[in-house]
Write a protein that binds this ligand. Sequence first.
Ligand SMILES: *[C@@H]1O[C@H](CO)[C@@H](O)[C@H](O)[C@H]1NC(C)=O
Ligand SMILES: *[C@@H]1O[C@H](CO)[C@@H](O)[C@H](O)[C@H]1NC(C)=O
Ligand SMILES: *[C@@H]1O[C@H](CO)[C@@H](O)[C@H](O)[C@H]1NC(C)=O
Ligand SMILES: *[C@@H]1O[C@H](CO)[C@@H](O)[C@H](O)[C@H]1NC(C)=O
Ligand SMILES: *[C@@H]1O[C@H](CO)[C@@H](O)[C@H](O)[C@H]1NC(C)=O
Length: 423
Amino acid sequence: MPGLLPPAAFIFLLTLGLFLPRATPKSTIEPCSNADSCSALVGYTLYTDLKVSEVASLFSVDPISLLLTNAIDISYSDVENHILPSQLFLKIPIPCSCVDGIRKSSSVSYKTRPSDTLSSISSAVYGALVSADQIKEANPKAELSDPSVIAVGTQLNIPLPCTCFNNTDNNLPAVYMSYVVRDVDTLAGIAARYVTTVSDLMTVNALGSAEIKDGDILAIPLSACASNFPSYAKDYGLVVPNGSYAITASHCVQCSCGPGSRNLYCTPASLAVSCSSMQCRNSNLMVGNITTQQTSGGCNVTSCSYSGFVNGSISSTLFTSLQPRCPGPQQFPALIAPPTVVPDSIYSPAPSPSELGGIPTTSPRSSVVPSSGAVLGFPPVGAPIGTGITSGSSSACSLSNHFSFPIMIMLGLIVKLVLSVSL
Ligand SMILES: *[C@@H]1O[C@H](CO)[C@@H](O)[C@H](O)[C@H]1NC(C)=O
Ligand SMILES: *[C@@H]1O[C@H](CO)[C@@H](O)[C@H](O)[C@H]1NC(C)=O
Ligand SMILES: *[C@@H]1O[C@H](CO)[C@@H](O)[C@H](O)[C@H]1NC(C)=O
Ligand SMILES: *[C@@H]1O[C@H](CO)[C@@H](O)[C@H](O)[C@H]1NC(C)=O
Ligand SMILES: *[C@@H]1O[C@H](CO)[C@@H](O)[C@H](O)[C@H]1NC(C)=O
């Protein structure tokens, strides 16, 4: 009964409510200072059957890029109108920038539809990648309140969690995927699924223990192939996760990563678009062509490589090297047909307890904060996490359950809360 409280205490409580986690989920935050951005991914589970183009529009991404990131064959006719099944898991490529000192994706906007509420947009449409509070904070002018239905056609900014960590993990190229933990997940299962280790996940996410909860948002490093295009190229910094493709140079060039090689490999894309010349200067080789010639000294390898989209033209470079052995044919990540059913199980079996070990040996790179609390009230970087947040949120629950307690007890509780939050 908030009416019983003196106004000052009520306002204090309200303020407190803004930065106290209402839900337990935690999210990995990467502090940042520069204006550069990187490519990142969010892991997204479809809440209903959706066309490829509809998913792409939800995340303001190019449908072709969405398909290739998931190694889905784009040569099927009318593939953008293909209907993807509910509960399908997709990796969505998003640009990750620096907003108010933390890494965030700020490119996504959503136009509300009938009966949308903050909660439904958060938990259903965007698969819990963003909380209702975060949507509210990102759209102060919209005067939103939960659980009210939002006026149809309201344009909302949807901030999404992302991390760059310099696009490296243990000094090797990596792309980070923001992943919403499900109740069936274990850290060991996630590590196995994404070919990383429990200790690496703990280090990246600054986890104090291998325990994860439904709704937590983890940054998962995916090994990748990095480009070395010059900084003036439009696609400077292109990184492609292992097992997938990217499209660049106005849909003219397609690049892939793996299997069996950490080198980015680019070829002309199969889409019918008009493109500038892809031939390497002073040669008859095209982007992606590699010729080999066995000589007495070894194998003379000449390749014409894509080297960035510069001023609207495809830039290419001819490389010649003498290698001990001639390389085999280029291997490509396997493409899948546009999915019509959800694959059996993307979840690995429960791990054995021994797999759960592994204490991070390097210092954490990030701080972990409650995902609903946004910027306010985060622990100092590198502070022991867990404790402060957990006690804060459990007290928050008891706070809302005990509104009828006498004011003195409430105030006592508040003091205790403030202490536990600031610790
Ligand atoms: C970022 O990665 C590049 C290589 O991709 C490396 O040279 C550089 O030292 C890294 N910077 C930091 C701050 O880790
Ligand atoms: C790339 O993925 C394939 C399986 O898809 C795996 O066999 C290979 O080891 C991975 N390469 C790297 C560098 O992670
Ligand atoms: C060069 O690349 C083009 C386009 O990918 C391909 O059609 C052609 O066969 C290649 N030529 C050689 C000599 O590899
Ligand atoms: C390697 O091949 C290129 C082009 O085929 C040629 O120009 C170059 O002289 C060759 N180098 C050697 C060492 O054979
Ligand atoms: C791109 O074009 C601008 C003017 O159109 C020119 O000043 C610049 O040097 C060009 N950059 C490169 C790398 O060619």
